[in-house]
Design a protein around this ligand. Structure first.
Ligand SMILES: Cc1ncc(COP(=O)(O)O)c(C=O)c1O
Length: 396
């Protein structure tokens, strides 16, 4: 017996990419491809986390609390307050913030806590940007919601057009996943955009889930965050945000992030998490506390990403619709046919990128808005990045 809900989930994009190039040899002289297909930061684990990771040996002898330690919750709330200039007291560390074991699982599981059996007398809706981070869809379909994919064209800054949402859709909406800085495109939502999204969430009583995983990787100005709107209102209702150490601190293997916002919702989410979630180890909690308390290593990460964007700008110029992404570390390049380009880059340039199509849902007419694109992750060291971008420009 297998749930037919899983039929709605196609193979994960990275499997599809591996299948695409299976059996296609790399060019002569190469035994591996430069990996630019996965957003896995490779700047190295910050040394400041070493002592916490190795000093928590005894912690493996206890069941760690799913809600983290009081010290960790205070540290995470303190970081959020400093980063977004929030007033003390808005984020109560005991009620309005919870650690997650990497935001992937939290972003998935949150739908199970947010989606009721019915909304407005019908099947609830989960709103998703298109293209999108795939676990949003996993949460939407397994929670029993109908996923509704929102076009994110360049004309709307690669964000969903909030004016296109009808009252009928909004009344049925239980959860709205929003991502800024956007993955894959690297654009950012401003405060006016967040204001409209928060107002819609409260007016139509759905949960706005603001995925701000890339908030710390930016080119010039720090991207705005949804909590700034909650601070203006002195009100966290209907809103949560997700933040992660994976990109900020280059520790995708630490599996640590947090969700903060609506305390009533988070109380219910914690109840679910006590049944279902894997807690982090005490070592993870201790290392997370160190990393959320430090800004120096993050500034260095940003410097490296900027340098790589400079290299990209020099290599690509204004070809393939290149623009400097204001946030995140992806390039979203219009290459005409993303699948063909990914195959050629593998076979002729030994560079592995991801076809945009694998990140996006088909439109009802079978077309796909991301078909023309590839996503290129600037996660490697400067030298490999320079080599890869030169090869991309020469091959395409
Ligand atoms: C948009 C977005 N959200 C969330 C995540 C999850 O990151 P993590 O589970 O490492 O916190 C990713 C990872 O690639 C992502 O791209």
């Amino acid at each position: 017996m297998i749930s037919d809900k899983l039929d709605e989930l196609q193979d994960y994009p990275f499997w599809r990419m591996n299948a695409l190039v299976e059996g296609i040899p790399l060019p002569d002289g190469h035994d591996s491809a430069i990996p630019m297909w996965i957003g896995e930061p490779k700047h190295g684990v910050p040394e400041i986390a070493r002592a916490a990771l190795s000093g928590s040996f005894e912690g493996y002898g206890i069941y760690p609390p799913i809600e983290g330690t009081p010290g960790l919750r205070r540290t995470m709330a303190g970081w959020l307050n400093r980063r977004y200039g929030l007033p003390e007291g808005l984020i109560d560390p005991d009620k309005a913030i919870l650690p997650v074991q990497g935001t992937r699982e939290g972003l998935f599981m949150i739908a199970l806590a947010a989606v009721p059996r019915e909304k407005a007398g019908k099947q609830p809706i989960a709103l998703l940007p298109n293209p999108f981070y795939q676990p949003y869809k996993g949460g939407a379909v397994t929670s029993g919601a109908e996923p509704v994919f929102l076009a994110c064209p360049p004309q709307s800054n690669f964000l969903p057009d909030l004016d296109s949402l009808t009252p009928e859709i909004l009344d049925r909406t239980a959860i709205f996943y929003l991502c800024s800085p956007t993955n894959p495109q690297g654009t950012v939502a401003d405060l006016a955009y967040y204001r409209r999204a928060v107002d819609l969430a409260r007016r139509h009583d759905f949960l706005l889930v603001s995925d701000e995983c890339y908030a710390e990787i930016y080119d010039r100005d720090p991207p705005a965050g949804v909590m700034q709107i909650c601070a203006q209102d002195g009100n966290l209702s209907n809103v949560v945000c997700f933040h992660s150490l994976s990109k900020r601190s280059s520790v995708p293997g630490l599996r640590h992030g947090f969700v903060a916002g609506d305390p009533d919702f988070l109380t219910a989410f914690l109840r679910l998490r006590k049944y279902a979630a894997a807690s982090s180890s005490m070592a993870q909690y201790a290392a997370a506390e160190v990393l959320w308390s430090d800004e120096e290593h993050v500034a260095e990460n940003r410097r490296l990403y900027r340098e790589k964007i400079d290299i990209a700008e020099r290599s690509l110029g204004n070809r393939f619709g290149f623009f400097r992404p204001p946030g995140g570390f992806f390039l979203w390049l219009d290459v005409g046919d993303g699948i063909e380009a990914a195959k050629r880059l593998w076979a002729e340039a030994a560079v592995k990128v991801l076809p945009g199509r694998y990140l996006a849902e088909d439109n009802p007419d079978g077309s796909n808005d991301a078909t023309r694109y590839i996503r290129v992750a600037l996660v490697n060291d400067l030298e490999s990045t320079r080599t890869a971008l030169t090869r991309i420009a020469a091959t395409l």
